[in-house]
Design a protein around this ligand. Sequence first.
Ligand SMILES: *Cc1c(COP(=O)(O)O)cnc(C)c1O
Length: 427
Amino acid sequence: MSNNEPGFDTLAIHAGAQPDPATGARITPIYQTASFVFDDVDHAASLFGLQAFGNIYTRITNPTTAVLEERCAALEGGTAALAVASGHAAQLLVMHALMMPGDEFVAAKKLYGGSINQFGQSFKSFGWQVNWADGLTPADFEKAITPKTKAVFIESLANPGGVVMDINGIAEVCRKHHVPLIVDNTMATPYLCRPIEHGADIIVGSLTKFMAGHGNSMGGYIVDGGTFDWGKDDKFPILTEPRPEYNDMVLAETFGNFAFAIACRVLGLRDLGPAISPFNAFQILTGIETLALRMQRHCDNAQKVAEFLDGHDKVEWVSYAGLKKDPHHKLQKQYMPNGAGGVFTFGVKGGYDAGVAMVSNVEIFSHLANIGDTRSLIIHPASTTHRQLDAHQQNEAGAGADVLRLSIGIENADDLIADLAQALKQI
Ligand SMILES: *Cc1c(COP(=O)(O)O)cnc(C)c1O
């Protein structure tokens, strides 16, 4: 190999992997074991004391999962990564390493609905307060920051699509106030956007969606950008104060630019426990091998479908950053020039009943709650994921009565357009 940094598509296949040292197996084996035999008593002691790296128990590390972690770190351009049970588990571990009871963080309002619930409801039990930024500009984020703020959380490309965030601008605000910028990169994936290159400090994401890509495995990931100076002040005691259970080790001093990933693993995974199964790690590794090909096809297909819907007389509006007239088109060109992603929303004329008719009429599209599958997916949020909200709340969340969300698969685009055309015709 040359000395040049390999290309993204090469990393997606090779990063972290080598033929199995024990058997020569070319594909990373599934190490389906809960625990690992120690060489001797001293070896065990050094592993438990964090003086040596090695496997103890699959809740904390596993060799199959380790390959997935190295691959995620390489694709996002970070120093280290963790793979965990789900995207939501990843978000929980990130906040657990940053926040103490009474602390606050700032989040964008345009987020995956599950994250709005997790931040606004469940995190209350930990004493963690979310402050929602009033808009999407860097100034809106700056206004929401207080002395208790420990992080800012955004999605690079926000679910359910259409919204591209100004990562550089928000990162600048974060640097000024010395808080890490966390970017959920689920919808864009590192193929479309590498937020660390734009100033993000921590990446989280769901592996369940485009990364695994086939709708068959749950997983989540965290990447440490290695960019944040934890010891600059006393805001992050978990990283900068001695840990009694590890001989008073100070994580930020011992582990430097990958201390955050270590904290998520040796505190978060150890004590909260959302480990990914080695089998799922294996499935996701296989999926990631084709990420570059799939993502480009998702984007190309979504662009064609969005353009078709945009010109249809039964369609009220289309929100897709890939459309030239879209308010987010400029940011899309800046941050994700290869495409605007595979997920977007549109409004159908006729409101709630027309939305329900659409999900009933489609044949190729599957009516379900997921995104990022090879197959095309459709959901009508007002009758499913957002049905417990009142009309005002539904509109605020971008889930009004007429809204349909599509996750465009990698089938033939003409077939997808024909399916939507026949479903619209029946309304
Ligand atoms: C699905 C999703 C999550 C949560 O991931 P899970 O793997 O379902 O826990 C987080 N953020 C975004 C943008 C998502 O689409």
